[in-house]
Each structure stands twice: as C-alpha cells, then as structure tokens.
Design a protein around this ligand. Structure first.
Ligand SMILES: [Zn+2]
Length: 106
C-alpha cells in the first residue's frame, strides 16, 4: 500500500449513521447553550434593573466577562461538523455540512 492510499483512507468520512447521531447530540447541546445564554442575559438585565449596585464593582464585570468567554469557548468546541470538524458559526445548518457535504439530518 502506498502512502497515497493511506492518506486517502484517512480522509474517508466516518459512518454516516454515527455522524447523524453525533450531529443530533451537538445540535441539542447548541440549543441548550443558547437557552443558557438567554437566561444569563435576562438575569443580567433584571439584576441591572432592580439591583444596579450589584453590577457596579469591577469583580462583577470580570465574572460576567469570564462567563461569556466560557460560553463562547463551549460553543466554539461544540458547534462543529462531526465529519470534518468545520466550525458552523452562526449558520443554520440545513441537513448538509457546507464543508464536507456530509448528510447531517434526514
Ligand atoms: Zn463537514
């Protein structure tokens, strides 16, 4: 077997059923991440309205920024194609990966 054949085998996409199952898990996780984000923003807004003094100290802002960074990091790790690991960003995925064209949904 030549080196070229080995490389070609390495590039073969994984089992389509496993990719669809993994995509479903990631899509559900992504929905939860957005639900948590909305809850965080809403509680931040409520806090800012009723207890603005709570958000005044610098540590409160540092904590808020840290939470947003953690959220973004989780999102960055999660919202990727199970086949080619391409980051989907804000795109809404309609059944097919825009990178490797693998079928993600039925
Ligand atoms: Zn892909």
């Amino acid at each position: 077997m030549s080196l070229f054949d080995e490389l070609r085998i390495d590039r073969t996409p994984g089992e389509p059923v496993a990719i669809k199952a993994e995509y479903r898990v990631r899509a559900r996780r992504q929905a939860w991440l957005y639900a948590v984000l909305i809850a965080l923003l809403a509680s931040g807004g409520i806090l800012n309205h009723y207890r603005p003094e709570f958000l005044k100290p610098i540590w409160a802002r540092v904590v808020a920024i840290a939470i947003m960074l953690v959220w973004f990091g989780l999102q960055l790790r999660n919202w990727r194609c199970p086949g080619c690991n391409m980051y989907f960003g804000k795109r809404r995925i309609k059944s097919q990966c825009p990178g490797c064209r693998v079928q993600l949904e039925d």
